[in-house]
Design a protein. Structure first.
Length: 427
């Protein structure tokens, strides 16, 4: 090894160590992936030379952020004890992929329970799923106060057929530092004390629209929201409730609803989206949204696209490319992060409806939107809508009308922060 690297400035060495001790995103094959884990990286660095060893051993924080439970399980008892001793009371960042190995499960439960009061970040993936409430309740950490916990990620692969935590209060309703909660198999309560400071929320819902909106009202700091329809989450409505509250989430940046496995829950989530006021710049992502051709659902979907697309445009700072596909049974609009994917098995009564939602921009927004038409869809409706956009100026109407009547719609949308321009290509 070059002698110069051994003389690195300690500030530079510290930045390198922070980088190589950061956990990767979990996946089912994570314990078996090629390349060392952050814990192994730190062990190697600590053995390079006396200077580096002294530097790493002096930082209990570094050792606390590399609690690779799968690797610790494979070490001898003396090795485990030595590494935990090096954490010296620091906050812990822990990860584990829990498989069918009964010994690994028991070790994970015991280790986490013993150190729970200083666990700051926990990522757990169950590759065996969770098949019963009892299996979940055996993990006592979820019933125990979590005074330091800031980040929790819990995933089941394959997804669990149940949601849990119905029989006890998660974290005994005490997790004051929690900012990121991502758990597809936990049913949260409707009034947890730790809601108010959440920034990121990903969870499974079997709530009514009123319950879900009431939960979101308690999260003024929320920035990212992802909701997954549960297997038991049908079209659940509040009996006797005719009015839903408008919810203001001023910091919301991203919102997504995943309903592919529960199509009958879509009307409820349309209600929820319609009662969230998207702040400027908020990005909507709705994949595989299936509705029936009934007036109430069509109107709700139209209003949601119009409202969220307007909010999305209002925070543009540069050009943005979007792709739109419209056919009789589907309408899709995507950019790198904004997505609206709607289908209707019996076809839309008016395929141009959702194009109209895009064209009804507010004053000051028309200079951000231009259309690059590659081909058009059946009927004359779409071209009439596109032609009404402020920036549209077709050069060959007859050719364009032919393509509308014969080719499915595929439109590329360009958004600009200052001015718009239009060009058209034909194949």
């Amino acid at each position: 090894m070059s002698q110069s690297i051994l003389k690195l400035n300690h500030d530079v060495l510290w930045l390198i160590l922070l980088d190589i001790t950061e956990f990767r995103e979990l996946s089912p094959c994570w314990p078996h992936q090629k390349g060392p884990s952050p814990l192994k990286n730190l062990l190697h660095v600590s053995q390079v030379c006396a200077s580096w060893r002294a530097f790493t051993l002096a930082s209990s924080m570094l050792w606390g952020r590399v609690i690779d439970i799968n690797m610790l399980y494979r070490l001898a008892e003396t090795g485990r004890a030595e590494i935990l001793q090096r954490t010296s009371g620091s906050n812990l960042h822990a990860q584990a992929v829990v498989c069918r190995d009964g010994g690994l499960q028991a070790f994970s439960k015991t280790l986490l329970m013993n150190e729970w009061r200083r666990v700051q970040s926990l990522d757990l993936m169950f590759t065996i799923g969770l098949k019963s409430h009892q299996e979940f309740e055996d993990w006592l950490i979820f019933q125990t106060p979590a005074p330091k916990l800031k980040h929790l990620y819990l995933d089941c692969t394959p997804p669990s057929r149940h949601t849990f935590a119905n029989t006890f209060e998660l974290f005994s309703n005490h997790a004051p530092e929690l900012r990121s909660f991502s758990c597809s198999s936990l049913r949260i309560s409707t009034g947890a004390s730790w809601f108010s400071d959440l920034r990121d929320l990903r969870f499974t819902s079997s709530f009514t629209a009123l319950e879900l909106l009431s939960i979101l009202q308690q999260m003024p700091s929320l920035e990212n929201l992802q909701v997954y329809a549960d297997t038991s989450d049908g079209d659940v409505h509040s009996v006797g409730v005719t009015h839903l509250p408008l919810v203001m989430l001023p910091r919301l940046k991203h919102i997504a609803f995943h309903t592919i496995y529960r199509r009958d829950s879509v009307p409820k989530y349309l209600d929820v989206l319609a009662h969230i006021v998207p702040p400027d710049g908020c990005v909507l992502f709705l994949p595989n949204l299936h509705i029936e051709p009934v007036q109430s659902d069509l109107k709700a979907a139209y209003n949601i696209l119009r409202s969220y697309f307007r909010a999305f445009l209002r925070r543009l700072t540069g050009p943005l490319n979007m792709t739109m596909n419209a056919e009789r049974n589907s309408f899709q609009l995507f950019s790198g992060n904004f997505g609206f994917d709607l289908s209707c098995s019996r076809g839309f009564p008016n395929p141009a409806l959702f194009l109209e939602a895009l064209s009804s921009s507010e004053p000051g927004e028309s200079n951000k939107l231009s259309i690059l038409t590659d081909a058009m869809s059946t009927g004359s409706g779409p071209i009439q809508i596109i032609s009404s956009l402020p920036s549209f100026n077709p050069t060959d109407p007859d050719s364009l009308k032919w393509s509308i009547e014969n080719i499915p719609l595929h439109v590329s949308v360009q958004a600009h922060s200052r001015r718009s321009c239009v060009s058209r290509q034909t194949y």
